[in-house]
Each structure stands twice: as C-alpha cells, then as structure tokens.
Design a protein around this ligand. Structure first.
Ligand code: BES
Ligand code: MN
Ligand code: ZN
Length: 484
C-alpha cells in the first residue's frame, strides 16, 4: 500500500476522483461554501451522524462530488483512541467495497500521535494474509492519501508511521506463517534479505558455531528437533562505531509443542506464533532501513523448534548456559528463557547501552494483562521511562511489572545454580527474574508479549506488536549514545 500526505483543500478534494472519500469530523467542523462542505453541513444538521467516535454515514455517488463514495465518520473528541475507533469503523466498508484508491480527509487539526494512529490503524484493518492461500486476493487498497490542514508540519511523523507500518507488516507476515513455512532457516533468510537494505548487515550461525560458543541452554532446546537452529545477528550502523548500540533480542521458537512437558492439543497450533519476538526484531530492522536514524542497533534472534523426541531434553536435565551458570530444566515448556539467556550473554560482547528482549514468554502474562498491554520489566530508571514513553507515543502500550528479589526464591534448586521454573504464582515475573540473572553487565528491559503479539479466535493472526513501541524508542534515542 502506498501512502501520501496532502494539505487540506475542501474545494479541490470535492473534485478529486477517488473510489472512496472518508471524511473524519469533530463537532468543531466549520463548513465553507464548496460542494463537499455542503454535504458535511447537511449531514451534521440532519443529526443522522451521531456525534460519537466510530459513528459513520455512507453516501453513494454524492451529487456535485467526483468520488464514487463519500463516507462521513465522527471523530468524537479527536484523540488517538477516537481516531483508532473511527478508522476501525470504516474497516467493514473497505473490506466489502474493495476500493483501490482511498482518501482519508481530516477536516481539522490532528495531533502527531493521532495521525500516526490513523496510519497504523488503516494498515492494520486492511492487511490480508496470503502467503499460504492458493487463490490469494490480497489487500484491495493500493493507495491511501491522508489529507490534513497542517500536513507539512506533520510530514516527519507521517513518514515514521509509514516506516513503522512496513516493519509491523513484516512482523505480522512472519508471525502468521505456519511453522513449516517459517523455520529457523526461513527466518535467517528473511534476515539476510533485510541485509540488502542500506546500513544493515547480517551473520547467521548454525548448530556448530552455537556449540562453539557454549550456548548450552539454547542447544538443549533445539536438540529435540530435526530442524537445525539458527542464531541470527543483525546490525544496523547509523552512527559511529564508537557509539554503543542498543541490542534487541527476540525469542524465535518457530514452534513450541512444550517438548517432553507437552502442551494440550487444543490451540497448540497457536504456538507457531512463539517466534513473534523474533519477528518484531525483523520488523524493527525493516523500519530502520527506511528511517535511517543516527544510532547503532544490533538484533539477535535465537531460533529453533521445541519438540519432543528421543533426543529431546527431559525434566530434571541440567545444562550449562553460555554464562557458565548451570540450569535445571524442570519443565521443558519453559524453553523461551533458555534460548534467551544465552542470547543475552552473547549481547555482552557489544558493550551495549541497553539490551531489550522481546518474547512470547508466559501464559501468566496473558492472564495478568490480557491483550491490551505488554508486560514490561526493567530495573533501570532511564531505560524504563524511555520505553514506557515510547509505548504511549506509539499507542503500542506496555505496563511496568515488579522485579523484587523475593520473586526469585522459587528458582532455587538442589541440583543446579538455578531452575528454569518456579511455581505458578507470578509466572510472568519469575520468568523475568530468571532472565535477569543473565543481564548483570548492561541496562536491561524485557517485554513479555504473550498477550499482545497475536489475536485468537476468528480474528486469529499476528498483530506486529511491539514494533511500533520499539521504533519510537529507537527514534527518541540521543545519538551520542550515553543515556538509555
Ligand atoms: N510460549 C509459551 C508462552 C505462551 C503460552 C504464550 C500461551 C502465549 C500463550 C512458553 O514457552 C510457555 O510454554 N511458558 C509456560 C511456562 C511454564 C511452563 C512455567 C507457560 O506459560 O505455561
Ligand atoms: Mn513453552
Ligand atoms: Zn514458548
């Protein structure tokens, strides 16, 4: 989908040929003398457009206008949440009318944040998965023109939203692909493709190299599958070599059966989404390629399958992680933290200014926060503030969770330095406490996206979160590289 931003001129807009003209209004709209204003005034006066965000009125071939369809949508107060509601309200119509060209006209000033939400929401509601369908129709909208009164001053925000969309859609795409079409090798190829873009490089490590690095925890998870693991190292170099990078670490379990501690059959298919953290790292690099900010970013992806087999790890097995700490694997379904702990240790070599891991880590986080906010864990004040702020500015929200040392008590064991699970209570937090044991050498944050990375039910599919949050975090960084 192509995006364009244009300044508002109601008179010429009325004469523009487009398949669908969507006009978003707040109650403060002041009509002019042109034909489009006439229509808007008439509708507002009639009371047929209820003044609430998400309400709409659809007019076919309106007299005096060149568009095939005029849709008036109320924006309520016009805040970011209202904009999301209003654009989502138009989704059904877009799906059924299948316009190729779409014009979204905002009749009054929007905040930068609200405009970005308009762009990302439109992309979200028009996305169509096609990769494994034999007769794919794809997305109907080819071009979306956004028309606003103060377009020039919002251009940079608009461009950022468009770049974020490219990243979000790449993350959705890989998240949605079935596990047999999104193996660790496939993900490595996707990373290699990204390295064709400006300032991006990529190294792919296989089982031999990972064994040489002594990543005993990562290897332990991968050993149950015939599909070879991949450790992906992406680098975006936007600043001088001396500028410390941010490292993003993605959980890339391309299928999580649970291993010997096998999961129940119902909904096990959804465990193809267990690489959404990895997909979000790919997505962020896609956005960086477009935005070219003056920062350095490293992306690490630990990708493998978690399957039961004659060679799989067993409950009670003890393995040695890259950090040297030994781990008793009490539950083979707590595999995410095992692949992540070695990737976290690997990130030490970059002397990072901050490390952020992104993982569909725990069902407990789904219970705690649902699908609205990702779980956020961080003991560093500056990094924490920057991430929470980025969540808000992108409307890709997260919520701070505690990291008290007492939560680590349950990870004690008689047979290793640490166990990979504690009890059921506070499961998202004890998982974070496990990861924290591998992060002594850098400021660290952890995003548990188990509830936010995909939707279940009839709308089943990846959301592309938290690409929006991460892009905003990186774009707000001070390029000198001192503060998180
Ligand atoms: N990938 C799952 C987490 C998950 C579960 C995400 C459900 C989304 C929905 C993870 O590997 C896992 O299985 N975690 C276990 C941990 C437990 C064994 C301590 C869980 O949450 O049940
Ligand atoms: Mn698991
Ligand atoms: Zn998992």
């Amino acid at each position: 989908m192509n995006f364009a931003l244009k300044p508002l001129d109601l008179r010429s807009l009325g004469g523009e040929k487009t398949d669908a003209l969507l006009v978003f209004l707040t109650t403060s709209f002041k009509p002019d003398k042109d034909a489009l204003s006439g229509w808007i005034a008439k509708v507002l006066k009639s009371g047929d457009l209820v003044p609430k965000a998400g309400q709409m009125l659809d007019i076919f071939r309106p007299d005096g206008l060149a568009c095939s369809r005029l849709v008036l949508l109320h924006l309520g107060e016009g805040g970011a949440a209202d904009v999301r509601k209003a654009v989502t309200a138009a989704a059904g119509l877009i799906k059924s009318a299948k316009p190729k060209a779409l014009t979204l006209c905002f009749a009054q000033t929007l905040t930068a944040q609200a405009l970005r939400v308009a762009v990302t929401t439109l992309a979200d509601v028009t996305y169509v998965y096609t990769a494994t369908k034999s007769k794919a129709e794809g997305r109907s909208v080819q071009k979306a023109v956004f028309v606003l009164p103060d377009a020039p001053s919002l251009q940079a925000d608009f461009d950022r939203a468009v770049a974020a969309v490219a990243g979000i859609e790449l993350a959705k795409e890989w998240g949605n692909r079935p596990a047999n079409h999104a193996t660790p090798t496939h993900l490595a190829h996707a990373a290699r493709d990204l390295a064709k873009m400006p300032k991006i490089k990529c190294d792919i490590l296989g089982p031999k190299e990972v064994a040489k690095l002594d990543m005993g925890a990562f290897l332990a998870v991968a050993q149950g599958s015939d599909e070879p693991l991949r450790f992906i190292v992406l680098r975006y170099s936007g600043a001088a070599k001396s500028s410390a990078p941010v490292v993003l670490v993605g959980k890339g379990i391309t299928f999580d059966s649970g291993g010997i501690s096998i999961k129940p059959a119902a909904e096990m298919d959804e465990m193809k989404f267990d690489m959404c953290g990895a997909a979000s790292v790919l997505g962020v690099f896609r956005a960086l390629a477009d935005l070219q900010p003056a920062v350095n970013v490293v992306g690490l992806i630990a990708a493998c399958e978690n399957l039961p087999s004659g060679r799989a790890i067993k409950p009670g097995d003890v393995v040695t992680s890259m950090s040297g700490q030994t781990i008793e694997i009490l539950n083979t379904d707590a595999e995410g933290r095992l692949v992540l702990c070695d990737a976290l240790t690997y990130s030490e070599r970059f002397k990072p200014r901050a490390v952020v891991d992104i993982a569909t880590l725990t069902g407990a986080c789904v219970i705690a926060l649902g699908a609205v906010r990702s779980g956020f864990f961080c003991a560093d004040e500056d990094l924490s503030r920057a991430m929470v702020t980025a969540g808000e500015s992108s409307q890709d929200l997260c919520w701070p969770m505690p990291l008290d040392e007492d939560y680590a008590d349950g990870l004690k064991t008689n047979f290793a330095d640490v166990a990979n699970v504690a009890g059921r209570p506070g499961g998202a937090i004890t998982a974070a406490k496990f990861l924290q044991k591998f992060t002594a050498k850098f400021p660290w944050a952890h995003l548990d996206i188990a509830g936010t990375a995909w939707k279940s039910g009839t709308a089943k599919g990846a959301t592309g979160r938290p690409v929006g949050l991460l892009v905003d975090y990186l774009m707000a960084l001070d390029p000198q590289g001192h503060k998180a």
